[in-house]
Design a protein around this ligand. Sequence first.
Ligand code: GLU
Length: 453
Amino acid sequence: MNTQETDKKIVVRFAPSPTGFLHVGSARTALFNYLFAKKMKGTLVLRIEDTDLERSEKHFEENIIEGLSWLGIEYDSFFRQSERKELYTRHIHSLIESGNAYISREQAKSGDGSEVEVVRFKNPNKVVTFTDAIRREISFDTTDLEDFVIAKSITEPLYHLAVVVDDFEMGITHVIRGEDGISNTPRQILIQEALGAPRPIYAHIPLILGPDRSKLSKRHGAEPITSLRDDGFLPEAVINHLAFLGWNPGDEREVMKSDEIIEAFELGGIQKGGAIWNKEKLLWYNSEHIRLLSSTSRYERALPFIPSELRNHKDYSEEKMKKVITVLSEREIKKFSDIPHLYSGKFFSYFFEAPEYSKKILTFKEQNSEHTVLHLERVSELLESVTTSRFNANSVKEALWGYATENGRGEVLWPLRVALTGKEKSPDPFTVAEIIGKQETLKRISHAIKIST
Ligand code: GLU
C-alpha cells in the first residue's frame, strides 16, 4: 500500500448553515471546493450545518441545493448535522472521559435563575500555529478563549465541536472556506488535537467586496444565486465570474468554461485580496458566454424568456427566432431577461411586422429622395435575381456588394436597412433580409419607394 501523503484521496466539503440563501459568497466557497475536488480527482461533501435549530430553515436548505444544482456544482455525498447527533454525543463523552472537556453547571442565559449543564472544553492555553494555503503561517494564543463551551448539553453540540467531529469522520483533507473562518480555526484545532484527529490543510479565501470595495449588501451580491437564474443569467457566466473572485489562471484568459477553469485551478493561485463582485462585469461575462453557445442551445436556453405573445405570432418560427436571438446577442441581449423588455419596447418587432417610420430617415446624409428611390429600385432588381431558396445574408450581400461599392455603401445600404427595419440603428440589412425572407424584403423595399416618390 502506498501511504504517501500526496497519494491520499482529497476530500473537501461545503458546509453551509441553512440560515440564509445561497448567495455570491457561499456559492464562491462551494465553487472553490468543487474546482479543487475536480482538479485533484477527489470528492466533495455537502454538509448542511443545521445544529442551530432556531436559526436553520428548510427553505434555505432547499435554496442552497437548488442554487448548487443550477450552477452545476455536483457533490458526492450529502449530510445533515441534525441527523448526526448521536455521533457528536459519543465524541463529547470521550472528550469528557479523556479529561479534555467537563460538564459545567451554570446559570442559564435566560436570567430566570434556572441552571443548565453545558460542556466546556478544557483549554490547554497554548499558542496554536497553522499554515494556511493562502495566507501562510498564522499563530494564535488560545489563552484568551478560556474554557469555551462546545455543547449546550451532552446531547446538544455547538458549531465548533460538530465541525471538527464531521471533518474527522468524513476524512476531510482540505478545509476551504471564507476568511471569516480564520478566527474559528484555533478552537477547532484544539478540539481536533484532543480527539486525536488529523489536521486538515486550511485555505481561507478572501472576503468578497462590491465594486466600491464595500462589503456585499442587498444591492450588490447579497441576493440569492437563484435570482440570477430568474434574471436570465447563464450559470456558466456566474461560475466564470465567481471563479475569478480571488483567483485567476495566471495568464490573459478571462472568458473560461468550467472544464477550462478546473484544468487551470490551483489552491496556490488564490490571492489574499482582490475579490470584487461586480454586476456589470457579470453582464459582460454573460454576453460573452451567450455568444459561445450554438444557435440551437442559445435558443433553447432563451425559450423561457420569450413572451408567449411573440411565440403565438403568425410569423414566428423556431428557425426564425434562433436567428433573431443570434443577431441580437451581438449587442442588445446581455441576459435573456432583456428579450421581453426589448420585445415590449418594439425594439425588434421589424422581424415580425413591417416597420413604420418617417420618410425622412430613409435618405442617407446629403442625398435626396430621388437618389434613395433610384438605389432602392436597383437593389430591388438585384435581389429579384436571388432565388428564394438561396436567399441568405451571404447571397444578398453578394448580389448587392458590387453596386453598393460603386455607388457608395452608405448611399445604397442605408435606405435599404431603414426600409427593412424602420430604424437608424439596427443589424446589417443582409442579415435582416435573410431573416424576414425574400418576399417580405421586396415588399418593404417597394413600400419605401412608394412613400419616397
Ligand atoms: N457552517 C459554517 C457557515 O455557514 C461554515 C463552516 C465551515 O466551513 O467550517 O458559516
